[in-house]
Design a protein around this ligand. Sequence first.
Ligand code: THU
Length: 135
Amino acid sequence: MSINYEELVQLALFSRQRAYAPYSNFKVGAYLLDANDECYYGCNIENASYSATICAERGAFMQAVSVGTRKFKAICIVGGTNEITDFCYPCGVCLQFMSEFCDKDFEIVLFNGKEIRVHTLGELLPYVFDKEQLK
Ligand code: THU
């Protein structure tokens, strides 16, 4: 089944409503689609220590892996302080986290309030430290 990107964006925007970002005020929503079209929500959850903050993307993966899912098709990410006006690219830690479970063709769907942009994990993280190197 082909991916409905518009729907992913709407659901990532919904996830974003739950963001807990009292320190940065930068609210991020993520919506993760697994290989069976099951979905998982994520939002950033900040912490007074700052360093304990968890990004929306990793929150969604934590939820999915915790219920037994390890194969994924796509994640949609939206973020900003007020209205969404820019593409919110995943941070390096989140790209590394995704690379544990996702192939190079895993899709990363972004929205800037007007347009949808689709990248692959391979584009955003062309070189990666992964389990192959630990053999
Ligand atoms: N953040 C995410 O949730 N995902 C990203 O990909 C970029 C950054 C969050 C972390 C922090 O709560 C806030 O955005 C500002 O960095």
